[in-house]
Design a protein around this ligand. Structure first.
Ligand SMILES: Cc1cc2nc3c(=O)[nH]c(=O)nc-3n(C[C@H](O)[C@H](O)[C@H](O)COP(=O)(O)OP(=O)(O)OC[C@H]3O[C@@H](n4cnc5c(N)ncnc54)[C@H](O)[C@@H]3O)c2cc1C
Length: 389
């Protein structure tokens, strides 16, 4: 792999074709749509906007593209999915998270299909794959983040139902989801956690406005369960499999978040190069100064290093190997490296980079979050050491 701002995949004609088509959809349709409707990364999204994107992305074959053909996808490899995901954030499109179905869509349910019964598949998962319904994943609680075992939300068996009580916070996509995959502690046992499919309009379940994170994106919500009774048939997998379902998905997610961060860093690099060519200081373009050359070089090097390790790990995952240590290494390195790139981008932009409404300022805030979201830097280090020692 060599470093290029816009990678090409000539050794894989199917992927290269997809990349070209995706770039043109983003550039010629999605970004003009966002401009026309005044949509930015910080716009509170409603279902009408999102359903428009889901439908159009599905028509073009992008929505759920990585799923196996029997679920309506094209069975992309992890490497191919990584390549597409990088393009999405590199485009700067605010709605890029909804094109493949990352935010509440098919990419959320792909990893759990194997645990679903036939009925759950038809009623819950397939409508998500078709862009008719959306879901969120709810594990975190106010006092249970990295240490998920501290969760206090309980599921109490009662006849042919379970009764849920407790509160989940920071569930991405909750404000526009139809159902949640909720991990709760079994009330009758000490240490068993189970996953449940919960329709968000079930009596006793409320979707509350979540906190707005520093990225300004308004996509998180809290779920409050007060004697929320759900059918026993909504248990996903078996009793006691909740953390495996939740955390198994998170391990893979850690790898698959990386290309999105790399794409955002690539966008920041691109904007910085452009700014440095056009901004005049001391009688010449900013880019004429060697200190700026060094920043541009360092940023590109960070992006190249992150992309190389992510693609190497994705290739290993494609071969069916266990990548839990490497996925944590990728997320650790990529989130830190891409944040350094964003920081350099702000520095190159000077006061413009510190100003609300400037794209690098938004990228900086977004990338800062990923040193915590989907696993903190410290938890990745713990996981790497545990896997190696
Ligand atoms: C925008 C956003 C979206 C999110 N989406 C979802 C979602 O869809 N579903 C969901 O369930 N959750 C979601 N979360 C929650 C997210 O996964 C948690 O914030 C994350 O797991 C960290 O938990 P915490 O914030 O409670 O931090 P804590 O666990 O309280 O950690 C605080 C600090 O202590 C450090 N720390 C903790 N334990 C150790 C240790 N053993 N060794 C060293 N250091 C340690 C951490 O690294 C961190 O720096 C989201 C969060 C955000 C901000």
């Amino acid at each position: 792999m060599t470093f290029t701002l816009e990678p090409s995949y000539d050794d894989n004609p199917r992927l290269q074709d997809l990349i070209v088509r995706l770039r043109s959809y983003l550039r010629d349709e999605l970004i003009p749509y966002e401009l026309e409707h005044g949509i930015t990364a910080e716009t509170k999204l409603d279902r009408t906007i999102l359903e428009h994107i889901w439908k159009r992305s599905a028509e073009l074959g992008f929505y759920g593209i990585s799923l196996p053909p029997e679920l309506g996808g094209q069975g992309l490899s992890f490497s191919e999915l990584c390549a597409l995901k990088e393009e999405l954030t590199a485009s700067g499109a605010a709605l890029s998270h909804s094109v493949l179905g990352d935010m509440g869509g098919p990419l959320r349910v792909g990893a759990i299909v194997k645990y679903a019964t036939e009925e759950q598949r038809e009623r819950y998962l397939m409508p998500v794959v078709r862009g008719e319904r959306a879901c969120c994943f709810s594990i975190t609680e106010e006092d249970a983040g990295s240490d998920v075992r501290r969760m206090t939300t309980t599921a109490t068996p009662d006849g042919d139902t379970y009764v849920l009580n407790g509160k989940k916070v920071f569930s991405s996509a909750a404000p526009f989801a139809d159902f949640a995959i909720v991990v709760a502690r079994m009330a009758s046992t000490e240490e068993a956690y189970s996953a449940f499919l919960v329709d968000l309009d079930t009596p006793g379940c409320q979707v509350l406005d979540g906190e707005v994170p520093m990225s300004g994106q308004q996509m998180e919500g809290d779920l409050l369960f007060e004697d929320c009774r759900i059918p026993a048939a909504n248990l996903l997998g078996e009793i006691g499999q909740g953390l495996r379902i939740g955390i198994g998905r998170i391990t893979l997610n850690r790898l698959l978040h990386c290309p999105s961060l790399i794409g955002a860093a690539r966008r920041a690099w691109d904007l910085s190069l452009d700014y440095a060519m056009n901004r005049a200081v001391f009688g010449q373009p900013l880019l004429a100064h060697q200190a700026i050359h060094h920043k541009i070089a360092e940023m590109a090097t960070e992006i190249y290093a992150a992309r190389s390790m992510v693609m190497a790990t994705a290739a290993k995952a494609d071969r069916g190997d266990n990548v839990s240590v490497e996925a944590n290494m990728c997320k650790l390195f990529t989130s830190e490296a891409c944040f350094r790139v964003a920081d350099q981008a702000v520095q190159i932009h000077g006061k413009a980079g510190l100003t609300r409404g400037n794209e690098v300022e938004q990228i900086f805030r977004s990338l800062r979050m990923f040193r915590i979201v989907t696993g903190t830097t410290e938890i990745h280090k713990n996981a790497i050491a545990k896997g190696l020692i």
